[in-house]
Design a protein around this ligand. Structure first.
Ligand code: GDP
Ligand code: ZN
Length: 343
């Protein structure tokens, strides 16, 4: 067992080295400079002390809007820094700005909400939509539209992939007393909080507010489940100190097209971008699904078939790892469930 593991590890290392060599070779060939990275611009502690901390609220071309002490400030990069670094900033990024309102450093990201760019895209060119999110509030409904477990499973994958904690918010409980049996599994087997609410009858919002206190959240879910209604409800609460609503300045009114970062109260933020909203349209390809399961990676290269989906294929290394306990059974069951839900 150890031997096989060691061998795989060595194989992975070799692959990494070859890829690194290839890319430096290609760069030399095209005279291209290595791409600038924020990790090259880490500041020493004494320099950081002279800067102000902020959160990226919006990036439009070379303009960066940063939230500093509940105020949005227009920032840019210092002239001497590579312009390409701007494209490496997304909503939620924690940055340091100097007295000239220039972004001089970016903190490492704790979590990320990403999607695959397009069909056939690989894990490495995923598109990051927002970062440093604590909770993804997956909004579902008891009815109108019908409860959609397959969609929740897909969001759970995105959460796992980006290290974000999911909460399921079951809305419109005024419409029915029936509950889908899978909710019990989410709660009891996966340990996910399920919070029942009704915007219409003002039920459950104390609990939801308490849960998201001092956190950065995104609301995701099918269209029509009530994401806007819930956001509005949360924003209209008495404890709103400030809020940021797009440049159009529609104070207090939640609009889906241009708003980005809302402040509920100190340290509690709602991120809402068209990117996050359209996530419900994500189509994960059967073959791509396994890329979302980091814990499968080291095993799947030993499967008999190169295009193994790790379900019924013979001599599947992933299934063997599940049997030996190296991959969690729950994770594998979740994988199979999603695989089945993808047509
Ligand atoms: P979004 O597309 O997810 O942003 O959903 P909306 O917030 O636009 O809500 C879709 C529809 O559901 C609207 O007509 C809302 O009035 C309605 N709705 C939202 N919350 C509730 C609720 O708790 N109960 C009922 N019965 N309808 C609701
Ligand atoms: Zn397999």
């Amino acid at each position: 067992m150890t031997n096989r593991y060691e061998k795989l590890k060595a194989k992975k290392e070799l692959g990494k080295k070859l890829r690194a060599r290839n890319s430096s070779f290609l760069r030399k060939k095209s005279n291209e400079k290595p791409k600038a990275n924020w990790s090259d611009f880490k500041l020493k502690d004494d320099k950081l002390l002279l800067c102000t901390k902020g959160i990226v609220a919006k990036v439009i071309r070379d303009k960066i809007k940063v939230l500093v002490n509940n105020e949005i400030i227009n920032c840019k990069l210092p002239i001497e820094m590579p312009k390409t670094l701007v494209s490496n900033l997304v909503i939620g990024d924690k940055v340091f700005i100097n007295k000239e309102n220039e972004v001089v450093s970016r903190s490492d990201r704790k979590t990320h909400l990403s999607r695959l760019r397009s069909e056939g895209a690989t894990y490495s060119n995923k598109h990051i939509i927002a970062v440093n999110i604590d909770y993804a509030v997956i909004v579902a409904t008891v009815a109108e539209p019908e409860f959609n477990a397959g969609l929740i499973d897909r969001y759970l994958i995105l959460c796992q992939n980006g290290n974000i904690k999911p909460i399921i918010c079951l809305n419109k409980i005024d419409l029915s007393d029936k509950r889908h049996p899978i909710l019990k599994l989410y709660k009891e087997k996966l340990g996910i909080d399920v919070i029942e609410v009704s915007v219409k009858e003002n039920i459950g919002f104390d609990k939801l507010r308490e849960k998201i206190q001092h956190k950065t959240i995104v609301l995701v879910g099918n269209s029509g489940v009530g994401k806007s209604s819930i956001t509005n409800k949360l924003l209209k609460s008495d404890d709103i100190k400030t809020q940021f609503v797009s440049e159009k300045g529609q104070q207090g009114k939640h609009t889906t097209t241009s708003s980005d970062l809302y402040i509920l109260n100190k340290d509690t933020y709602i991120i809402d971008t068209p990117g996050v909203r359209s996530l419900s349209l994500i189509g994960i390809d059967k073959q791509d699904l396994q890329f979302y399961f980091d814990d499968f990676v080291e095993f799947k290269t030993s499967c008999e078939y190169r295009d193994c989906l790790h379900s019924t294929e013979p001599d599947c290394a992933v299934r063997r790892a599940v049997e030996s306990g190296e991959i969690s059974k729950l994770r594998y069951e979740s994988y199979l469930r999603i695989l089945e839900s993808i047509s």
